[in-house]
Design a protein around this ligand. Structure first.
Ligand code: MLT
Length: 384
C-alpha cells in the first residue's frame, strides 16, 4: 500500500519515544521527561498578548501571503541586524516558515533530482536525512566525532560524493551534541561549497541558547556565505513557541526562491496572528531570552555536577539545552533501562544516526529539583 520512500523511512524518533513515555505514565510511573527539546516554560506573556490582540481581527482570518507578512519579515531582518550584525533585505532575503522543521523537510524538494546527494551530519536532527529521502535524494552521512569536536571532516568526503552533492545541512550550536562551530570551520565550509558547487543550509535554531558569555556566530557572517547559503531560524526554542509553528529562513535569495516555490505549491503560509506574535517576540525586549538562559544554565550545572558525581565525564555545553553523554553499551538498551528502572526518559544517540551510537541525550526541560531527582534515581541504579 505504501510507496517505497515511506517504507524506507524509520518511525519518527520522537514519536516513538513519546509512545514509550505515555505507556509508562499509563502504568503509573512518575516519569521525568528529559527527551524531546520542547521547552517546559510558557511563551512569554507579551507574545501571547500580541496573539490575543491579533486573533480577533477578521483581516487575519484569511489566507496569509505565501512568503510571509512583510511586517514579520521586516522584524526578522531587524532582529538579524541586531543579533547577527548582518544586513538582510526583508523583501527578498527572508521567508516565513511554518516552523523550521517545515523548511528543512521541504528544501531538498527544490534542489535534489533523484539520486542527487545531500550531505547530512550524523548524529543529526533526523529531518535532514528524512527530507532528503522524501525528495528521492541520497543522503551521505558526515560523521560528527568527538575527536573532531563534533564538526564534520570535509576532507573525508570522497571527491565523487562531493561532485554529486547539491546541498549540505549543518547545525551549530548543534543538536544533539551541543557542539559549537568556529568561524574558521565556517570559512572552510564556504570554500568547500564554492569548490564543489554545493548549497549550504545552516540550521541555527539554537543560536540564542548560549551560556557563560558565548555568542554563536551566524554562518551568513562568513565571507562568501550569502552566495551559497541560507540559515534557518525557529522561534520554538528561543521564545518557548514550539506549539505555535513559526520560523524563518534568511540568506541567498535564489535559494529562498526555490524553497518558496515548493512552499507556494504545498502550503498556504503561517497564520497571520501567529506572525504578529512572532513580531512581538523578535521586536520586543529580549530579557525573556536572557532569563530563560539563566534558568537553563542552572539546570545544566545541576545535571553536569550530578553526572560527574556518578562517574560520567561530561563537560558543560556552551550552547543548546542538550547534554550529550557517552554511556557504556548500546544507547537504546541504556535509555530503555533508564525508563524501565527509574522512569527517566532520555533520547538514545543512535536515534540521531549510527555515529550517535554509544551516547544518550538529555534535554534540560525539567526544573533543577526534577533534574536532581533524576540524578538521585540514577545513583540508585549505580550507573556510570
Ligand atoms: C529535538 O528534541 O531534537 C527537537 O526538539 C525536535 C524538534 O525540534 O523537532
Amino acid at each position: 500500500m505504501y510507496a517505497d520512500r515511506i517504507n524506507s523511512l524509520p518511525p519518527y524518533l520522537f514519536a516513538t519515544i513519546d509512545r514509550a513515555r505515555q505507556d509508562a505514565i499509563k502504568k503509573g510511573v512518575d516519569v521525568i521527561n528529559l527527551s524531546i527539546g520542547d521547552p517546559d516554560m510558557p511563551t512569554p506573556p507579551h507574545i501571547v498578548e500580541a496573539m490575543r490582540r491579533s486573533v480577533g481581527d477578521p483581516a487575519r482570518h484569511r489566507y496569509p501571503s505565501y512568503e510571509g507578512m512583510l511586517s514579520f519579515r521586516t522584524a526578522a531582518a531587524k532582529w538579524y541586524k541586531k543579533t547577527m550584525k548582518i544586513d538582510i533585505d526583508p523583501e527578498s532575503e527572508v521567508l516565513t516558515l511554518i516552523g523550521s522543521k517545515e523548511g528543512i523537510a521541504h528544501i531538498p524538494l527544490a534542489f535534489l533530482n533523484p539520486g542527487d546527494v545531500s550531505l547530512v551530519p550524523d548524529p543529526g536532527y533526523p529531518v535532514y536525512n528524512i527530507g532528503s529521502i522524501l525528495a528521492d535524494g541520497k543522503p551521505f552521512k558526515m560523521p560528527l566525532l568527538a575527536e573532531n569536536d563534533f564538526l564534520p571532516d570535509l576532507d573525508a568526503i570522497p571527491k565523487d560524493v562531493a561532485n554529486k552533492a547539491k546541498i549540505m545541512f549543518l547545525n551549530y550550536p548543534n543538536n544533539p551534541t551541543s557542539a559549537t562551530a568556529t568561524t574558521k570551520f565556517f570559512e572552510e565550509v564556504v570554500d568547500f561549497a564554492h569548490e564543489n558547487d554545493i548549497l549550504v543550509i545552516h540550521d541555527n535554531a539554537y543560536s540564542e541558547m548560549t551560556y557563560d558569555g558565548y555568542k554563536a556566530p551566524s554562518f551568513l557572517s562568513t565571507s562568501g556565505a550569502m552566495d551559497i547559503g541560507i540559515e534557518m531560524h525557529s522561534l520554538s526554542k528561543t521564545y518557548n513557541m514550539t506549539g505555535w509553528r513559526l520560523g524563518f529562513a534568511v540568506g541567498n535569495k535564489d535559494i529562498l526562491a526555490g524553497l518558496g516555490k515548493v512552499k507556494t505549491n504545498v502550503d498556504s503560509g503561517a497564520f497571520e496572528a501567529v506572525q504578529d506574535a512572532g513580531i512581538a517576540a523578535l521586536s520586543g525586549s529580549q530579557d525573556c531570552v536572557r532569563d530563560m538562559n539563566l534558568i537553563y544554565k542552572e539546570r545544566r550545572d545541576a545535571l553536569i555536577t550530578g553526572l560527574n558525581e556518578l562517574g560520567m565525564d561530561v563537560k558543560p555545553p556552551k550552547a543548546t539545552f542538550y547534554v550529550w553523554v557517552k554511556v557504556k553499551g548500546k544507547s537504546l538498551d541504556f535509555t530503555k533501562m533508564l525508563l524501565e528502572k527509574s522512569g527517566i526518559v532520555a533520547t538514545p544517540g543512535v536515534g540521531f544516526g549510527e555515529y550517535g551510537e554509544g551516547y544518550i541525550r538529555f534535554a534540560l526541560t525539567q526544573s533543577v529539583e526534577r533534574i536532581n531527582e533524576a540524578v538521585g534515581r540514577m545513583r540508585k541504579l549505580r550507573i556510570e
